[in-house]
Design a protein around this ligand. Structure first.
Ligand code: NAD
Ligand code: MG
Length: 399
């Protein structure tokens, strides 16, 4: 079997590191073509030494120069490129077969879209790309013949519960599926008294009980905006109406999501909460490979609980459904406002409950338009960021 050449967008992040861990388990099948990062010189240098990619991309030019120096001194032949254009190059050329899209946030949109347009096998972790511009991304995949495989654990679970012939972007109903259950752990504040939400610190919000993740998605999990973004992600991946997507709290994070069929069957995918399972699934699909994840011990798990999420505790979830129902660029606006608010919270400029308030204010103030062009989407993103930034400065309550 021919070697598959892989580019990892965001290789220094949580998903990027796990992807390298899995790839290295089958060197006969996978070769690393390019690794990319925003500015973490030390980590990218360490990864280049261990995995010897042909190319390394650093978005920040100064960090790129430092990386070039380091690698030259270490005698590593990896070519260092800098800037956003270089991200597009390393996902588009004929020397790449597989792209792992694991940049966090809107910054991942352009290279993810480029990989879709270039017809690659696209392993999608960067859910914000679909939330911002689901229709464009799904159209690009359909036009180019790219193979889109979901990495997000819930969507990967749903994909695994669908027939093998199913293609992401097609209506799930054609396989006899009626709807899905997206499971959510409820994050670190599932049981904290609501009158103590104002005291929540970034450190507490980033300490997820079950998953080890980057800071932005950790805060999204704590507000449950992560589940909201995943509802929108599911709408595009599986061509579902919002009413067919239900969210259930499941604090053990063992059932990763479920598909309900017309005959009353509900299929679930289970496993330990470790992203190397969905990553290995998308890398090896339609076969299987070892991932390093320990086997699920059902006796140790003992019980599985399922309860409905509280809208009072998790207002971000309703905001996401609201944006999805509004359509057009409303989900782009939601995503941009969330990124601005989460960054402000992590910088201790606003309190935890203010995140949802800032997003709601931005959705009210910025008018959505049809999401039918990249220019329109980027304009909505910029306008929402601008509004949310001003809102945070003006109304943000310092913690
Ligand atoms: P992270 O913060 O750990 O890593 C982010 C990566 O993106 C880093 O390599 C960083 O260098 C790069 N990056 C950041 N800003 C950039 C920019 N402006 N330009 C180019 N590169 C940039 O994030 P993560 O937890 O690995 O998450 C990555 C994506 O995967 C997110 O979209 C997240 O929602 C999704 N995801 C993550 C998990 C998880 O368990 N971590 C699970 C499901 C989905
Ligand atoms: Mg998820």
């Amino acid at each position: 079997m021919a070697l598959e050449r892989v580019t990892i967008l965001g290789s220094t992040g949580s998903i990027g590191v796990s992807t390298l861990d899995v790839l290295a388990r089958d060197p006969e099948r996978f070769e690393v073509h390019a690794l990319t990062a925003q500015s973490n010189v030390e980590k990218l240098a360490e990864q280049c030494l261990a995995h010897r990619p042909a190319v390394a991309v650093m978005v920040d030019p100064e960090a790129g120069a430092a990386l070039r120096d380091l690698l030259q001194r270490a005698g590593v032949g990896t070519e260092v490129r800098v800037g956003v254009d270089a991200l597009i190059e390393v996902v588009s050329g004929p020397e790449v077969d597989v792209v792992m899209a694991a940049i966090v946030g809107a910054a991942g949109l352009l290279p993810t879209l480029a990989a879709a347009e270039a017809g690659k096998r696209l392993l999608l972790a960067n859910k914000e790309a679909l939330v911002m511009s689901g229709a464009l991304l799904i159209d690009a995949v359909a036009r180019s013949g790219a193979k889109l495989l979901p990495v997000d654990s819930e969507h990967n679970a749903i994909f695994q519960c669908l027939p093998e012939a199913y293609t992401c972007g097609d209506a799930m109903h054609s396989c006899g599926a009626e709807g899905i259950w997206l499971t959510a752990s409820g994050g670190p504040f599932r049981e904290r008294p609501l009158d103590r939400f104002g005291e929540i610190t970034p450190e507490e919000a980033c300490a997820h009980p079950n998953w080890d993740m980057g800071r932005k998605i950790s805060v999204d999990s704590a507000t449950m905006m992560n589940k909201g973004l995943e509802v929108i992600e599911a709408r595009w991946l599986f061509a579902l109406e919002p009413e067919a997507i239900r969210v259930v709290l499941h604090p053990q994070s063992v059932v990763h999501s479920m598909v309900a069929y017309t005959d009353g069957s509900v299929l679930a995918q289970l496993g330990n909460p470790d992203m190397r399972t969905p990553i290995a699934h998308t890398l090896a699909w339609p076969r299987r490979m070892g991932s390093g994840v320990s086997p699920l011990d059902l006796f140790a798990v003992g019980r599985l609980d399922f309860t409905p999420p509280s809208s009072e505790r998790f207002p971000c979830l309703a905001l996401a459904y609201h944006a999805l129902e509004a359509g057009g660029t409303a989900t782009t606006i939601l995503n941009a406002a969330n990124e601005v608010a989460v960054e402000a919270f992590l910088d201790r400029r606003i309190s935890f409950p203010t995140i949802a308030q800032g997003i709601a204010a931005t959705l009210d103030a910025v008018t959505s338009s049809p999401a039918d062009s990249l220019e329109g989407i980027l304009a909505a993103d910029a306008e929402a960021r601008d509004y949310a930034g001003h809102w945070v400065n003006r109304y943000g309550h310092r913690p």
